[in-house]
Design a protein around this ligand. Structure first.
Ligand code: ADP
Ligand code: AMP
Length: 214
């Protein structure tokens, strides 16, 4: 089974993806995580991507498309995958269709997490990420057992450099400019599942599972 999870920054895509891939035994492909990992390793692509990410802008389509294509062809993807953070616009969606077609694959559903705009700034600015395993926490809504320490692996929690109010507002603006055409693209294909993301984290998961298994 191959899925895509979409929604604005802070909607809860990463949080749900982390649990969903464990439950379904599929691979999590997060373009944001891939860029953060490239930055950590100091690769040329990572350094270039950081310039866009810190300002809350999209990394150019050709860079992200090439990176996803390479990832989808890795052998573990045959277990099924959950794409998170890609595609971000219709050009990327068309490129994804093309690469899936070439690989003889298709999407089973597109999970669209819907959260009111006014909740997204507090979700993103309060987010904390584990430096080692990438797990996501929140200073109010998903507190780690020990402040600053990851519950999963004991790693150090940090705040993403693009989770400040200026970059978040830019990311929300860019999301909103691209969201309707992208949502329309997948609705027309009959793949779109709208999920209310403004609920308890476990309830959101329940709704996702109910919908993808329906
Ligand atoms: P995204 O991947 O869509 O940007 P995340 O999954 O990282 O979003 O979630 C953003 C922040 O909001 C994180 O700090 C996370 O712990 C918190 N969060 C996720 N889902 C919920 C929810 N349903 N209610 C409250 N906070 C949430
Ligand atoms: P995310 O972790 O999904 O919030 O993404 C963090 C940042 O990585 C975004 O603000 C973009 O700068 C970049 N990024 C991630 N995915 C994409 C994509 N599909 N297209 C362009 N830029 C992306």
């Amino acid at each position: 089974m191959n899925f895509l999870i979409m929604g604005p920054p802070g909607a809860g895509k990463g949080t749900q993806a982390e649990a969903l891939v464990k439950k379904l035994g599929i691979v999590h492909i997060s373009t944001g995580d891939m860029f953060r990992s490239a930055i950590k390793k100091g690769t040329e692509m990572g350094l270039k991507a950081k310039e866009y990410m810190d300002k809350g802008e999209l990394v150019p389509d050709y860079v992200v498309v090439g990176m996803v294509k390479e990832r989808i062809y890795q052998p573990d993807s045959v277990r099924g995958f959950l794409l998170d953070g890609f595609p971000r616009n219709v050009v990327q969606a068309e490129e994804l269709d093309e690469m899936l077609k070439e690989a003889g694959l298709s999407l089973n559903a597109v999970i669209n997490i819907v959260v009111p705009h006014e909740k997204l700034v507090e979700r993103t600015t309060g987010r904390r990420i584990c430096r080692s395993c990438g797990a996501s926490f929140h200073i109010m809504f998903k507190k780690p057992q020990t402040e600053g320490i990851c519950d999963n692996c004991g790693g150090e929690l940090y705040q993403r450099s693009d989770d400040n109010e200026t970059a978040v507002n830019n990311r929300l603006y860019i999301y909103e400019a691209n969201a309707n055409p992208l949502i329309g693209y997948y609705r027309a294909k009959g793949l779109l599942l709208n999920i209310d993301g403004d609920q308890d984290i476990n309830k959101v998961m329940e709704d996702i599972l109910k919908n993808i298994c329906a």
